[in-house]
Design a protein around this ligand. Structure first.
Ligand code: IPE
Ligand code: IPE
Ligand code: MG
Length: 241
């Protein structure tokens, strides 16, 4: 049984395994992304129903540009159409959408960037769950832009180098309000973070499941939460005797 008092405030998900799901069915990789769409929006509803305050999903990494031109182009158009088709439903549920990543990158087609901005604007006053799409996101890119912003402040004299602390760094990240995720889920059996939430995941519980993203159903989410609730979060303290 899930303990309602130990539901994470922030869940972050690395949605992985779409290509393998498609390969297993002799379908093109893109069919796996299409299959993952239902999973994504069902998961958003389920997580929001659990009362989670923040959900971050890894949609496109700064490394994903290395895929074939065809797959990259597909993912750009697909992410745009997915936003257009689902954002009313998301908005009706009171969910607020954010994009986190190098969103001004000119490799992202202009119409996709516009839809991203519009989705944020349309949902800006919503007070329900915050839904963060990590898009053209990399944890290292986030830290680099934070370091640059801090260096600028030091250079112009508004900040002393010796006063830079963790709070200064957090305040300069792409989404400073984003709390650290209590749990990071990765589907598909891979056990790595792939440049996801590098700063914020320092003390996250990492939950890996073999389920491929298109198959990540209510039971799979439940299993991850059970695993999370069974963990002893010590934060450097001593284990209970
Ligand atoms: C995750 O599935 C989706 C994105 C990275 C956009 P993959 O496309 O990485 O699927 P696999 O890892 O090749 O199976
Ligand atoms: C991580 O998955 C990125 C997203 C889910 C968007 P990848 O499939 O790109 O990661 P690697 O290449 O296996 O590390
Ligand atoms: Mg993958």
């Amino acid at each position: 049984m899930l303990d309602p008092d130990r539901i994470p405030r922030h869940i972050a998900i690395i949605m992985d395994g779409n290509g393998r799901w498609a390969n297993q069915r002799d379908l093109p990789r893109t069919a796996g992304h299409v299959a993952g769409e239902t999973t994504l929006f069902d998961t958003i509803d389920r997580v929001s129903d659990l009362g989670v305050a923040w959900l971050t999903v890894y949609a496109f990494s700064t490394e994903n540009w290395s895929r074939s031109d065809e797959e990259v182009a597909f993912l750009m158009a697909f992410n745009e159409s997915l936003l257009v088709r689902h954002r009313d439903h998301v908005a009706e549920r009171g969910i607020r959408i954010h994009f986190m990543g190098l969103v001004d990158d000119e490799r992202i087609p202009a119409n996709v960037r516009r839809q991203m901005r519009e989705s944020e604007e349309i949902t800006a006053d919503n007070e329900g769950m915050r839904l963060v799409f990590a898009f053209n996101y990399g944890g290292r890119a986030d830290i680099v832009q934070a370091v640059r912003a801090i260096a600028h402040r030091v250079e112009e004299g508004s900040l002393l180098a010796g006063d830079v602390d963790e709070e200064t760094v957090v305040g300069s990240l792409m989404l400073p309000d984003l709390p650290d995720p209590e749990m990071v889920i990765r589907t598909s059996g891979e056990q790595r973070l792939s440049n996801f939430l590098t700063w914020q995941s320092a003390y996250s519980e990492l939950v890996f499941t073999d389920v491929l993203w298109p198959d990540f159903d209510e039971q799979a989410l439940h299993d991850c939460l059970i695993e999370y609730q069974g963990r002893d979060r010590r934060f450097g303290g001593a284990a209970d005797e």
